[in-house]
Unconditional design. Structure first.
Lengths: 108, 115
C-alpha cells in the first residue's frame, strides 16, 4: 500500500524559514513532488525530486532521502503570500497520489 | 490563466440530478486527470485519460463516469447526485503519461453544490 504523512498545520513568522516534512510509504517509488494551493485556488506544481538531495528554486527548496522515505519543502524569507496549503505527492500506478496537505499560517 | 479550462466554475443542483463538468487541457498536453477535493480532504484521484484512452482509475463511484474526446477535451459526468458529492472538482493535464516530473497543470476547478 501507500500513504503520505505530513503535518496538518504549521505556523511561522514573516521573514523566517519553515520546513514542511513528508514521509511516504509506497512501492515503486519514482519521486516526490510538491504543490501549493491557495484558498479557493488551484494547486500549482512547485518541485519534483527523483534523486536524493536538495533542489533549489528561488526561495523554495525541496529535499529527498529515498533511504529514509522522507522529504521536505523548505520555504525561506517567508512572505504573507506564502500562506497556503502545501501538498506532497508521489506517483503510484500511473497516477499521482497527494497527501492531505499542510496548511501554512504566517504571522506578521 | 494556467491554460487548463474548466466549465462551469460553479454549479448548484438538487439531489438525484445529473451534471456534466467539462475540461479542456493545456495545448499540447495529452493526459487529463480528474480530482475531487472536499472540505478538509486532500485531492482524491478519480480518473485519468491519456490521448483518448482511460489510463488509470481511482476510487471513482459507479455513479460517476468520464471520457476524453478526439480533440482531447474531457467531460466528467456525475449522476444520482447526493449531498456528499458537494466538492471542488479539479481537472489537470500533463504532457507526459504520468506528469510526475513535469507536474500537473490544474484548472481553476468547478465548485459543485448539491442541495
Amino acid at each position: 500500500g501507500q500513504s503520505l504523512e505530513q503535518p496538518s498545520e504549521v505556523t511561522a513568522v514573516e521573514g523566517a524559514i519553515v520546513q514542511i516534512n513528508c514521509t511516504y510509504q509506497t512501492s515503486g517509488f519514482y519521486g516526490l513532488s510538491w504543490y501549493q494551493q491557495h484558498d479557493g485556488g488551484a494547486p500549482t506544481f512547485l518541485s519534483y525530486n527523483a534523486l536524493d538531495g536538495l533542489e533549489e528554486t528561488g526561495r523554495f527548496s525541496s529535499f529527498l532521502s529515498r533511504s529514509d522515505s522522507y522529504g521536505y519543502l523548505l520555504l525561506q524569507e517567508l512572505q504573507m503570500k506564502d500562506s497556503a496549503s502545501y501538498f506532497c505527492a508521489v506517483l503510484r500506478d500511473d497516477k499521482i497520489i497527494f497527501g492531505k496537505g499542510t496548511r501554512l499560517h504566517i504571522l506578521p | 490563466d494556467s491554460g487548463v479550462t474548466q466549465t462551469p466554475k460553479h454549479l448548484i443542483t438538487a439531489t438525484g440530478q445529473r451534471v456534466t463538468l467539462r475540461c479542456s487541457p493545456r495545448s499540447g498536453d495529452l493526459s487529463v486527470y480528474w480530482y475531487q477535493q472536499s472540505l478538509d480532504q486532500g485531492l482524491q484521484f478519480l480518473i485519468q485519460y491519456y490521448n483518448g484512452e482511460e489510463r488509470a482509475k481511482g476510487n471513482i463511484l459507479e455513479r460517476f463516469s468520464a471520457q476524453q474526446f478526439p480533440d482531447l477535451h474531457s467531460e466528467l459526468n456525475l449522476s444520482s447526485l447526493e449531498l456528499g458529492d458537494s466538492a471542488l472538482y479539479f481537472c489537470a493535464s500533463s504532457f507526459t503519461g504520468t506528469g510526475v516530473s513535469d507536474g500537473y497543470t490544474f484548472g481553476s476547478g468547478t465548485r459543485l453544490t448539491v442541495v
